[in-house]
Design a protein around this ligand. Structure first.
Ligand code: NAP
Length: 475
């Protein structure tokens, strides 16, 4: 059985405990990951603080060279890392390969973007004065990442923070620490100074408690549930720790009568079933206009029935195992609730096999608005479909949620596309596009889906402080 070490201050160490890592396709323990305790977190913060002047003093181009090496390492070891992602997360291998490629692209993007942390010179309001605005790294950063895209979502934080000159401590999800260990290996191979990157596998509450209690931790960048995000907001008050929060989603899909049917069905299936439905921007509510509804649901059901479910390592699998039994049970509860409220189960709806955590890809039709799957994040391969009549009604129903991470629209009417882009309350809106997220554009939520943005120029800005030097004239 694989046993990992912890990566602290530029070296691999034994931990103080172990975390068992399960393969969701088999339910069996596949590895033991070494964990840190509170004392190690405190030491890691001090080592990171010592690394700050060293790492931030390097020219951005030098930091960028290191980040390019991380990207190279990830790509050179892509197959092994992808297999690990599939084994600890359950997703199909093709998707894991894509995840490694995107993570490498994030490192490359920020390797270059770090060179553009521009300030500016502001014309004075009084004679003899000069105003210089410049950017500095925020300081030591802690990154807390979830299990659903265990490599990519860590990369979205680690790469820009390092590019900005901040030392980073990464706390990965306990379900998926193994690819974070691989990321640490890639960063180790790139030759960063000791303490510039450290890995904190372990008990979330203990680690977060240490981070929030310690003023050396200047920023926490978090991706995960809105419930934990709210806890961090409360905890951050103690030291006014800066927060970036990428939280839960409840994305609507709006399919209009004028949509291209093939694009709409393919896009909806992608937005819903990618990552076994366990994506923050997964299509959670599918609203279809009355005219196209019969043709859309017929094609949707046929496509969903053709999806192959199985161990993500098996060839041709579209839908892997869900992360754990709790996730599977939530999905089954949402399905039962929808049916009990009058929805029609068009396909799927049941657990598959007794080994591992597999759910049949599911389509529910004419789902009542009060159903759990339309009011809460389902995080599963379950597609609830509803009818609507007018554009105004569709917008109102799409926006009737506390979440605002992503939304999808299928239409061929350019004016409608732009109107919806303006009126839908979401940080990312895919119009005839089920894969809207990319390294070079900002990503993040409004309302209770979060604070701040990752990726794009904004992703670097999140790790920079703005300073102003006001220079008076000297007689
Ligand atoms: P989660 O339970 O909130 O966990 C996320 C991370 O927070 C994990 O590393 C977890 O560690 C840690 N954590 C748990 N308790 C904590 C505490 N008290 N203080 C600080 N950190 C704590 O979320 P999840 O179930 O892993 O991920 C699914 C959720 O993430 C969904 O709501 C999804 O929409 C959201 N998400 C959002 C985005 C986005 O970009 N907006 C992207 C992906 C996922 P342990 O694993 O050790 O408990």
């Amino acid at each position: 059985m694989t046993r990992t070490k912890v990566y602290l201050n530029g070296q691999w160490h034994e931990g103080t405990g172990w975390l068992e890592v399960c393969n969701p396709a088999t339910g069996e323990v596949m590895a033991q990951a070494a964990t840190v305790d509170g004392g190690m977190v405190r030491q890691a913060l001090q080592d990171a603080q010592r690394a700050l002047p060293v790492w931030s003093a390097l020219p951005a181009r030098e930091r960028g060279r290191c980040l390019f090496k991380v990207a190279d390492h990830l790509e050179q070891n892509s197959e092994a890392i992808a297999r690990l992602i599939t084994q600890e997360n359950g997703k199909p291998l093709t998707e894991s390969r894509g995840e490694v490629a995107v993570a490498a692209d994030h490192f490359r993007w920020f390797a270059e973007e770090g060179r553009r942390a521009y300030g500016r010179i502001v014309p004075p309001q009084a004679p003899g004065k000069r105003h210089l605005i410049f950017k500095r790294p925020v300081g030591v950063v802690a990154a807390i990442s979830p299990w659903n895209f265990p490599l990519v979502l860590a990369a979205r934080k680690v790469a820009p923070a390092l590019a900005a000159g901040c030392p980073v401590l990464l706390k990965p999800a306990s379900a998926t620490p193994l690819c974070a260990v691989q990321l640490a290996a890639a960063i180790d191979a790139a030759g960063l100074p000791p303490g510039a990157f450290q890995l904190l596998v372990g008990r979330a509450e203990e680690i977060a408690g240490e981070l929030l209690a310690n003023p050396l931790c200047r920023k926490i960048t978090f991706t995960g549930s809105t419930a934990i995000g709210k806890k961090l907001i409360v905890g951050a008050a103690a030291n006014v720790t800066k927060l970036s929060l990428e939280l839960g989603g409840h994305a609507p899909v709006l399919v209009f009568d004028d949509a291209d049917l093939t694009t709409a069905v393919k896009g909806t299936v992608g937005a819903k079933f990618r990552n076994t439905g366990q994506s923050c921007i997964a299509a959670n509510r599918i609203y279809v206009q009355r005219g196209i509804y019969p043709r859309f649901v017929e094609a949707l059901i046929a496509t969903v029935k053709s999806l192959k479910v199985g161990d993500g390592l098996s060839p041709g699998v579209d839908i892997g195992a869900m992360i754990n039994e709790a996730g599977l049970n939530t999905a089954l509860t949402h399905i039962a609730d929808a049916v009990q409220r009058g929805a029609r189960l068009a396909t799927g709806g049941k657990r598959l096999g007794a080994r591992g955590w597999f759910l049949e890809p599911t389509v529910l039709l004419d789902v009542p608005e009060q159903a759990l799957c339309l009011t809460e994040e389902t995080f599963a391969p379950v597609a609830p479909v509803c009818r609507f009549d007018t554009e105004a009604e569709a917008i109102a129903r799409a926006n009737a949620t506390v979440y605002g991470l992503a939304a999808y629209v299928f239409t061929r009417d350019l004016n409608r596309a732009l109107r919806l882009g303006e009126q839908l309350e979401a940080g990312t809106i895919g119009i005839n596009d089920a894969v809207p997220s990319t390294s070079n554009c900002p990503f993040g939520g409004i309302k209770q889906s979060g604070w701040g943005r990752e990726l794009g120029a904004e992703g670097l800005e999140a790790f920079l402080e703005t300073k102003h030097i006001s220079l008076g004239g000297v007689d």
